[in-house]
Ligand binder design. Structure first.
Ligand SMILES: *Cc1c(COP(=O)(O)O)cnc(C)c1O
Length: 444
């Protein structure tokens, strides 16, 4: 049950002022004066509340949220069960420091991750606060386990903004420019990008493996970190067979195979983890964004013998596995199971993908439609070519916002529109958002 102070949010789009409205404009001025400008701003709109697939701004405008705070609100804003679990925990205790006095919800999240990540092998988990911290810890553990230092990642990858993860992230602007020097021994290798390279999964994997063997040497690599579907990089879905070939090569060479499922995991793609679509059983799986209904928590889940390679005290952090976030995460797992939300990801794909393909028939600027479940994207090009068209992406996203639909951009070349709706979005709202998108392309 929602507490009585929470105003219900009708699941409808409503634009009642210019976007941004007067109250947002006022707040934006205060923001510009007080908040560091390095914290970017895609849409100068301030939120008042949110529920399901709708966010309401301080001027009373209601947006269809196709971004979900970058795939965080997977089961919908202010999900009643999540709000109730977090509220109850707030009243019991808000911090303990798990390494001093433990609590059950931390253990329960670890059990649930072991149960729902791919593979039946014994698994263990460490909980931390953010996606980047999950990546950092995974690399630490892989290095300790293998006694090697090299870290392999793929072109167009995004793994975070800390020093190590900046080194692992591909795109310089805005993520790295001027922030170096970066952590050493991190190696980018070619990915599989079917729209651009036209390679089969086997050929793309052979290229990646050959590159890493020549440039680094397999015996110096501690781990290979991959996003099964690349997020910031532009929702790049690798060709069939690419990821399994990489995993096989890792296994043969004692390299820890790590799936960064921070964006693609937790029911986002119609499976618990996107690795399942590719038949992968990673040595480690990283979760964060969608795991706790917007509360900060992240997990590294891996083979017990790898996870246990760190000495006691080597892993952790003050806030890691915060009890309120952990309670929310348990509720998220429970909601996904009880309401079979994996089916909702498939429903959304069933509606949105054909609609996007129909738009592609109509507008030559749409070069590619791709993705799985509720993680879909279109790549915009100069018509008749594969040349990126970031200007069109900016225009479409701006038009959509003016008309009450939040759409996020992505891609190394800034030419991808990505769709990360909540699994709670109705068919009607999806249809309406596609209508706005159609108008946006019409107005280009
Ligand atoms: C968002 C993201 C991260 C970083 O997570 P933060 O919580 O922002 O640190 C890492 N990897 C992927 C794939 C992501 O999408």
């Amino acid at each position: 049950m929602l507490s009585p102070s929470v105003v219900p949010v009708p699941q409808e789009r409503r634009v009642v002022t210019a976007i941004p409205g007067p109250r947002s404009v006022e707040l934006q001025a205060r923001r510009l004066a007080a908040v560091a400008s390095g914290v970017g701003s895609a849409l100068p709109v301030f939120l008042a509340r949110a529920h399901g697939a709708i966010v309401v701004d301080v001027d009373g405008n209601q947006f269809i949220d196709l971004g979900s705070g970058i795939g965080v609100m997977t089961i919908g804003h202010t999900n009643e069960a999540v709000v109730a679990a977090a509220t109850a925990q707030l009243n019991d205790f808000t911090h303990a420091m798990f390494t001093i006095t433990a609590y059950e919800s931390y253990v329960r999240v670890a059990e649930l991750l072991a149960e729902h990540t791919p593979g039946n092998h014994p698994k263990k988990t460490v909980l931390i606060n953010s996606g980047a911290e999950a990546v950092e810890n995974a690399v630490k553990i892989a290095r300790k386990h293998t006694g090697r230092t090299g870290v392999a990642v793929l072109d167009h990858a995004y793994h975070g903004r800390t020093n190590l993860t900046m080194a692992m992230t591909f795109k310089a602007m805005p993520y790295k420019a001027g922030f170096g020097p970066f952590a050493p021994d991190v190696h980018h290798a070619p990915n599989s990008y079917p729209f651009h390279d036209g390679l089969s999964g086997t050929d793309a994997a052979a290229r990646t493996i050959s590159y890493l063997e020549k440039k680094v040497g397999a015996s110096d690599l501690a781990c290979l970190v991959v996003e099964p579907i690349q997020g910031e990089g532009g929702f790049v879905v690798p060709a069939d067979g690419f990821l399994p070939a990489l995993q096989e090569w890792c296994t043969e060479n004692g390299i820890v195979f790590i799936a960064d499922e921070i964006q693609s995991g937790m029911a986002r793609t119609g499976a618990w983890f996107a690795s399942e679509h590719f038949g992968l059983v990673p040595d480690m799986v990283l979760s964060a964004k969608g795991i706790a209904g917007g509360l900060p928590i992240a997990g590294v889940t891996g083979r017990a013998e790898i996870m246990d390679s760190s000495h006691a005290g080597g892993l952790g952090g003050t806030f890691g596995g915060n009890p309120v976030s952990a309670a929310a995460a348990v509720a998220v797992f429970d909601e996904i199971e009880r309401h079979d939300l994996l089916r909702e990801g498939r429903r959304i794909e069933g509606i949105l993908k054909p609609a996007l393909l129909a738009l592609q028939q109509k507008y030559a600027v749409i070069g590619d439609v791709r993705g799985i479940g509720a993680m879909l994207a279109i790549e915009l090009v100069q018509p008749g070519t594969h040349e990126p068209n970031p200007a069109a992406v900016s225009s479409i996203a701006a038009f959509a916002a003016q008309h009450g639909v939040i759409i996020l951009t992505a891609g190394t070349y800034g030419n991808v529109l990505r769709f990360l709706p909540s699994l709670a979005i109705s068919d009607e709202l999806l249809g309406e958002a596609v209508g706005v998108l159609d108008d946006a392309f019409g107005a280009l």
